[in-house]
Design a protein around this ligand. Structure first.
Ligand SMILES: [Fe+2]
Ligand SMILES: [Fe+2]
Length: 157
């Protein structure tokens, strides 16, 4: 397992922060009336968040729910809410009505979700995620980061 990252939890946390920052970029693009930048920022944030949540749902949450069903269920519910909010924001981007309060709420929610995961699930990932899941998770995340131009992170994590 020498190619496995030592700081996967850090990489996952960075991923959340990247999504949050890209979402924040939406407000500036909307204010500048830059539709191209707005659509691009949203697409990157959406892609990043969906890839991240899909990977967690596929490779982490099923095993984590065996040790903490309640927390796993709550995290899944938060993912569902994040997808919903993302969809609503996407509609706003299409119609070019992006409200700062809505973006701020979503950014706050992403950060709060990140903090919740960091406290329990990410700690568990570092110590107890089965190796085959860890391998699959890393492969998936690396592909997603590479696709989004994070070559350095794909290499280091
Ligand atoms: Fe999550
Ligand atoms: Fe996460």
């Amino acid at each position: 397992m020498s190619d496995m990252p030592r700081d996967l939890a850090d990489a996952l946390a960075q991923d959340h922060e990247d999504v949050a920052r890209r979402l924040e970029g939406l407000v500036a693009a909307a204010r500048a009336d830059d539709r191209e930048a707005l659509a691009a920022a949203f697409a990157q944030a959406e892609e990043g968040l969906l890839a991240h949540m899909n990977a967690e749902e596929l490779y982490v949450l099923p095993a984590f729910s065996v040790v903490d069903a309640k927390e796993a269920k709550a995290l899944r519910a938060e993912h569902a809410r994040l997808r919903e909010e993302l969809g609503r924001l996407g509609l706003g981007v299409e119609l070019h009505v992006v409200r700062k309060e809505h973006v701020d709420q979503l950014v706050a929610f992403v950060r709060q979700h990140a903090e919740r995961e960091r406290k329990l699930m990410y700690k568990w990932i570092d110590t107890s995620l089965p190796p085959e899941n860890l391998r699959a998770l890393v492969t998936r995340l690396r592909a997603a980061w590479k696709a989004r131009g994070f070559a350095a992170r794909a290499k280091s994590a």
